[in-house]
Design a protein around this ligand. Structure first.
Ligand SMILES: Nc1ncnc2c1ncn2[C@@H]1O[C@H](COP(=O)(O)OP(=O)(O)OP(=O)(O)O)[C@@H](O)[C@H]1O
Length: 270
């Protein structure tokens, strides 16, 4: 789906997937980079035979040691790179490049400093050729969803780091992607802003149920947000961990013994 519909913010994103099929599927995915030239050329294997399925509406995090291939995996799903082996299928189609069905939020905000909040959120809709009135309506809806209505005419430089992050999320969601890919989106923020945005993200996700793949270094963040956690270690899928906590998440969970137990289990991989 592109941003060519005016579905309400409470409607889950429509997906092209058939019943019972995962929306995102990785099968035997290998990724190797060549470094150096001539005799010094070396092949550096980053992902090896990685396979998993992610159902429509799931929230899945990817954790693992630094350099373990998390961002590489996300870029493959986004279509920003092509695997050297195996394949990634989204909505029944093998990924061969970026597409409007997949929205990406990076650690660094991809928002335009000269555009107001409203015009940043409208950017993708302009590119998709949506008429002005529909753009305005849709932007207002998503600005409201992320709680920035009062700031719609502000420029990014007038916003805090957390608010900028919300603009980036609204701008991506306004295009109505079937899949939301997030690469350490809260990594550069202080702890309290981060915790607040985690709750905001869950609130938004619970309203729209967009299938989300979330890369993070932070085990607590992954446990608090996700249905499942994929652990990538040494380029392989070391564990597909089912998070045992109910939804909606209780903020008290962060202090509880259960999360500590799960954290120490996952800590072993990092
Ligand atoms: N374009 C590239 N060319 C060569 N090597 C690359 C390229 N992109 C990534 N790599 C290598 O792939 C490995 C995995 O990188 P990646 O960024 O996917 O890891 P990560 O798990 O996201 O790490 P971090 O947690 O530190 O962000 C690293 O060793 C990195 O140097």
């Amino acid at each position: 789906m592109t941003g060519t519909t005016n579905s309400s913010a409470t409607t889950p994103a429509v997906t092209a997937v058939q019943d019972g099929q995962p929306l995102i599927e990785a099968a035997g995915v290998d990724m190797a980079f060549r470094t150096g030239r001539g005799r010094r050329a070396e092949e550096h294997r980053v992902l090896e035979d990685v396979g998993f399925g992610i159902g429509a509406g799931e929230f899945v995090s990817v954790i693992g040691p630094s350099g373990g291939g998390k961002t590489t995996l996300l870029s493959l799903i986004a279509g920003l790179a092509t695997p050297t082996g195996g394949r990634i299928v989204v909505g029944g189609q093998t990924v061969t490049g970026p597409g409007a069905d997949r929205g990406v939020v990076f650690q660094q905000d991809a928002i335009l400093p000269w555009r107001t909040v409203r015009r940043n959120v409208e950017y993708g809709l302009e590119r998709a050729g949506l008429p002005r009135a529909e753009r305005a309506e849709r932007a207002a809806e998503f600005i409201e969803l992320v709680g920035l209505t009062k700031f719609a005419d502000y420029l990014p430089k007038q916003l805090s780091g957390g608010m900028k992050k919300r603009v980036a999320i609204a701008a991506v969601l306004a295009n109505d992607p079937a899949v939301l890919l997030m690469d350490e989106p809260f990594g550069a923020l202080d702890y309290s802003t981060r915790v607040h945005l985690q709750d905001e993200l869950l609130r938004i996700w619970e309203r729209r149920r967009v299938t989300t793949v979330f890369v993070t270094h932070d085990i607590e963040e992954a446990l608090y947000l996700s249905d499942r956690i994929l652990v990538l270690a040494g380029g392989r899928l070391a564990e597909d961990f089912a998070v045992p906590f109910g939804r909606p998440r209780d903020p008290e969970l962060r202090m509880g013994a259960e999360i500590q137990q799960a954290r120490s289990h996952l800590w072993g991989y990092l």
